[in-house]
Design a protein around this ligand. Structure first.
Ligand code: PEP
Ligand code: MN
Length: 337
């Protein structure tokens, strides 16, 4: 890190800072100018509370040079992480584009069976569907809970699909485990640190969705919690962020895909359904996501979107899904996936 002292700050201020740096086990290299002093600090600053240095008398600014995450950083692990689900389903590296598809909510057994059959026929790898739904209004459909997990497992086993579904509560970690192939941490829980820690103790993959106002560092630090706990099977998911734009539900931040690829070894998938909020935008944004390096796409699918219990406006029908998948496959071929 680099610590800049205020113009004209007395030398003893800088000396206090230098001592604090040494006391913290790092090596200070002061440069005394005619107007101000700059202290370069050699060593790993990530264990320090930088705010303490900012609070010291005479300090103008403190600039960290290291990113705050370690285990998820590309520096610590140069090769791509590949999350292997068995049966040839792998996410990351040079593997093909992983397709996750299903309704927003697992509404009935009949629905999930039908969707599973239809998406499997079209080449999907994962069945998605919410058993526990994080709804803005307490009056909205909240999900069928464990019963829905049973239906999803049955559908996954019958049609040869992996199952991914959202976890809302740390108390459900063990109960959900046998039903699913991947826990989904939703945008609203990206910084539910107790949930992240609980999933860090598991050996089951986690689909970690980006919080709706999370920076990249916050997103990767959330992943760091899980890896630090011992579980490195993480798939990140960009699902759009809140911006001033009101022409779509969220702003799908595809910039983050190549930036994450540079900064981290973890795979990343994109959710053009929540990212746009409109079934018509799913295809172009899914294609764009694959073009910029996404490892997979998660799509909301419903045979009758007008009757869906949740997110009907952004759910594609089977017929529309055909076009979305065709677009994805054409781009995937062009980018060598
Ligand atoms: C979902 O996938 O159904 C969902 C609620 O997504 P998000 O957490 O991204 O809003
Ligand atoms: Mn949804």
């Amino acid at each position: 890190m680099i610590i800049c002292m205020r113009q004209g700050a007395p030398r003893e201020n800088a000396e206090h800072v230098i001592k604090a740096v040494s006391d913290a086990g790092l090596t200070p290299h002061p440069m005394y100018g005619t107007e101000r002093t700059v202290i370069a600090v050699i060593g790993d600053e990530r264990d320090l509370d930088i705010k303490q240095f900012r609070a010291m008398t005479g300090v103008e600014k403190v600039m960290p040079v290291l990113r705050p995450y370690r285990l998820v950083s590309r520096e610590s692990h140069p090769e791509d992480t590949i999350v292997d689900f068995g049966d040839g389903v792998k996410i990351g590296g040079k593997n093909g584009i992983c397709i996750m598809a299903g309704p927003c909510s697992t509404e009935t057994e009949e629905l999930i069976m039908d969707v599973a059959e239809q998406v499997k026929k079209r080449g999907a790898h994962f069945l998605r569907g919410g058993a526990f739904k994080p709804r803005t209004a307490p009056y909205s459909f909240q999900g069928h809970g464990e019963e829905a997990l049973r239906w999803m497992r049955k559908a996954g086993d019958k049609f040869g699909l992996k199952v991914v579904t959202e976890i809302l509560d740390t108390q459900h970690v063990d109960m959900m485990e046998p039903y699913i192939d991947m826990y989904q941490v939703g945008a609203r829980n990206m910084q539910n640190f107790e949930l992240l820690k609980a999933l860090g103790k598991k050996n089951k993959p986690v689909l970690l969705k980006r919080g709706m106002s999370a920076t990249m560092d916050e997103f990767l630090l959330a992943a760091e919690y899980i890896v630090k706990g011992g579980n490195s099977k993480i798939v990140l998911c960009e699902r759009g962020i809140r911006t001033f734009c009101d022409h779509s539900r969220n702003t799908l931040d595809l910039n983050i895909v190549p930036v994450i690829k540079k900064m981290s070894h973890l795979p990343i998938v994109v959710d053009p359904s929540h990212g746009t909020g409109s079934y018509e935008l799913v295809k172009p944004m899914a294609m764009a996501a694959v073009a910029c390096g996404a490892d997979g796409i998660i799509i909301e699918v419903h045979p009758r979107p007008e009757a869906a219990y949740s997110d009907g406006d952004q759910s594609v029908t089977y017929k529309t899904l055909d076009g979305v998948l065709d677009g994805i496959h054409r781009i995937a071929e062009a980018v060598g996936r």
